[in-house]
Every structure is written in C-alpha cells, then in structure tokens.
Design a protein around this ligand. Structure first.
Ligand code: UD1
Length: 355
C-alpha cells in the first residue's frame, strides 16, 4: 500500500508524527507532503525537528493568503503530486484549509481519503475550520473519530459508513512527551514556578481580527497578569493585529514570546496553574495534563470537557476569562478514556490494513 499524507499547519505536524511512526513500523510506504500553509521556523520547522518527522518529499509553497488563495493553491499543487505518486490512499488531519484542499484533490481523482480527527462539530457554523470539517468528513472514506461525541455528530448527519472510534492521536503523543520532557529545565528557562503561572494562547480569527474582542481578551490577560505571571507564546497574526489596532498598551503585564516547540509546550501545559486558549489542540492537552482550562470560544468541538467541568467557555468576555482562571469550577473525574487509551495511531493503521 502506498500512502500520501498531507500536512500544512502546526497541529497537523503533531498528528503526523505519531501516525508516521506507526506506518514505518509496519513498512508501509508513505510520501509526505507539506502544503506550506505554515512556513515560519517557529510555526513549522521546529515541529519537524522536535517530533522527528521526516523531511517532506514535496512542499507546495502555499504560504499565507485568503481562504480561496490557500485552498485553491493547495488544490492545484496537490493534484500534481497525486498524478505523480498515484497513491492508494491519502491521509489528512484536522480542519485546516490544507485539509479541505487535500480531500477535494484526492476524491476527484478517485483516491480514497482517510480523515484523522473526523466528526468534530461546533458553533459558529460559518467559521472556516467548521466548514472544512463538514466538507472533508462528507467526502472521506475513513472517518477516524477521536471521541464518541464525534461519532454521534456524524450519525446525526447520516454518516455511519467508514466511521471508527480510534481515540485521539494527540493523546498518544502527549503522553509520550510528558514522560520524556525535562519539565524543570523548561520552567527554569522561562523563569516560572510550577502551578504558579497561567499559560495562554490566542490565534483564532474570530478573536484576533476584531478589535473589540481582541481588546477585551487582552484586558483580561492584563488583569490576570497583575496577580500571576501570564505567559503568551503568540501566533504571528495576533502580533500583527495588536500592532495594527494599537493595543500594545494592554500587553504590559504579559510575558509575550514567539510560538514555541511542542516539547516545551507539553512541559508548560503540565506545570501551569490554568490554561487559557482558543486553540482546539491546547484546550484538550490541558485536560490530558489535568490542568483546568478556559476556552475563548462560544462552543467547542471538545464539548465533553465542558460537560465534565475541566474547561469553561468564556468567549471573549473579560469577566468570564478572569473568573475561569481564579474561580474555576471543580472538575469531575470519571471516564479516563474519553480520547482513547493512547494507542489511536496504532488503531488507525491497523484499520487501514484490514478495513
Ligand atoms: C490555521 C488553521 C487553524 C489552526 C491553526 C494552527 C485554517 C483555516 N486554520 O490557522 O484551524 O488552529 O492553523 O496554528 O486553516 N502566519 C505567519 N507565519 C506562518 C503562518 C502564518 O506569519 O508561518 C500569519 C500570516 O499572517 C497568516 C496568518 O498568520 O496570514 C494566519 O495563518 P493561516 O495559516 O492562514 O491560519 P492560522 O490562523 O494559522
């Protein structure tokens, strides 16, 4: 079996790392393609380095642009790779523009698609990631679901064929890094004490591309920062918006830094007092680390973590964000295997070999 995998943005590199390893173990030929959606060292190369991902055979050089530009360029360039490689299957991850483009290019050439992290759904329905998810699931042959909720979501849309509960590949790799990373060394590097700082990230367009929402979030961060160190590895777009909107005054109490690599992120998450984020991945990783989280969204694909009180939804509301950090509800302990048993990648590859 010959597989082509397509990645392009940070969370996809993390997922690829563990699936690639399983494919290797079983001697399955895999051609890796990078769309180039993320291209900065801190947004891309550092992940390949730390996660030991092989060098992609192709880089589509897509870069930044409008949604149509990113999706369109990936579609055109990826099709050329598929013509060239003629794989039996394409593997895609998550919900980015890269994902949707890959799915479209493959199915039109009648190449089956395996979608890893299928079935997530959330409001608002017009956000780019939600559109990418719905469309990709609809045309994928294999829908690998990280949670039971994802399976229910697909069922509600009448999708039941090729749907598998595998657990979450991000859980697999998080557990591994949590065991191997030198937590104390990372904390020392950033001058932090365990359970005495807040780890925050902020990059989603609905939060960054609206001055009012961005100001409200930064005000909350600033007030949190008066009481406890708040560290903010910041996405390049957010940096740009802060400057465009002239909001630098709200960042005085914050410890802003460049985006950081996966290994350091695992350590900083594990030792945090609270995590505040609008990242789909990090809101779950904080749960993996048993750190209560505050999610700056109105809804989430990982709603089970709101139901069991590990996460609270705070939208861009200043008071709710601060309240989520300092008056977080007590999380309920229960099913430890919401996202599987840490062997999602192994299950995925076994299914691909024996559907
Ligand atoms: C994308 C995904 C999002 C995911 C995120 C992870 C889509 C629709 N969204 O969002 O689901 O959570 O990746 O980070 O695909 N930029 C740089 N350097 C880079 C990459 C981006 O400067 O290496 C800047 C550019 O100004 C660019 C902006 O960030 O226009 C947004 O990047 P883009 O890839 O379009 O989307 P993300 O917000 O990263």
């Amino acid at each position: 079996m010959k597989i082509v995998s397509l990645v392009g943005a940070r969370p996809q590199f993390v997922k690829e790392a563990i699936v690639e390893e399983e494919l290797n173990k079983r001697g399955i030929e895999e051609v890796l393609v990078h769309s180039g959606q993320h291209y900065d060292f801190n947004m891309s190369d550092v992940f390949f380095k730390v996660l030991h991902i092989k060098k992609p055979e192709y880089n589509l050089g897509v870069g930044s642009g409008t949604h149509a530009e990113q999706t369109g360029k990936s579609l055109i360039e990826f099709e050329k790779v598929l013509f060239n490689e003629k794989p039996d299957l394409v593997i895609l991850y998550g919900d980015t523009n890269t994902t949707l483009a890959g799915a479209l290019a493959a199915v039109k050439l009648k190449i089956p698609v395996a979608h890893v992290e299928a079935g997530l759904r959330q409001e608002p329905k017009d956000m780019p990631e939600e559109i990418n998810r719905v469309l990709t699931d609809r045309i994928s042959k294999y829908k690998f679901c990280p949670s039971q909720k994802a399976i229910e979501n697909l069922k509600r849309e009448g999708i039941t064929d090729g749907v598998y509960f595998t657990g979450d590949v991000m859980y697999d790799i998080f557990l591994r890094f949590q065991r191997s990373v030198d937590h104390a060394k990372v904390l020392e590097k950033y001058h932090l004490k365990p359970k005495n700082y807040v780890l925050a990230t902020l990059h989603r367009d609905f939060n960054t591309d609206n001055k009012e929402r961005l100001s409200s979030i930064l005000r909350a961060f600033s007030k949190i920062g008066e009481r406890m160190p708040l560290i903010l590895p910041l996405h390049p777009r957010t940096v740009k918006r802060i400057s465009e909107y002239g909001l630098e005054g709200l960042t005085k109490n914050l410890n802003i830094m460049e985006p950081i690599g996966y290994d350091e992120m695992v350590a900083l998450t594990t030792k945090a007092f609270r995590v505040v984020t609008d990242s789909g991945g990090l809101q779950k990783e904080s749960y993996f680390a048993h750190v209560p989280g505050v999610v700056m969204m109105i809804d989430t694909g990982w709603i089970e973590l709101v139901n069991n009180k590990w996460n609270v939804l705070a939208d861009a509301d200043e008071e709710k964000i601060i309240g989520g950090v300092f008056n977080h509800p007590t999380p309920l302990h229960g099913n430890d295997e919401i996202y599987g048993d840490g062997k999602a990648a192994e299950k995925i590859v076994k299914i691909l070999l024996n559907p």
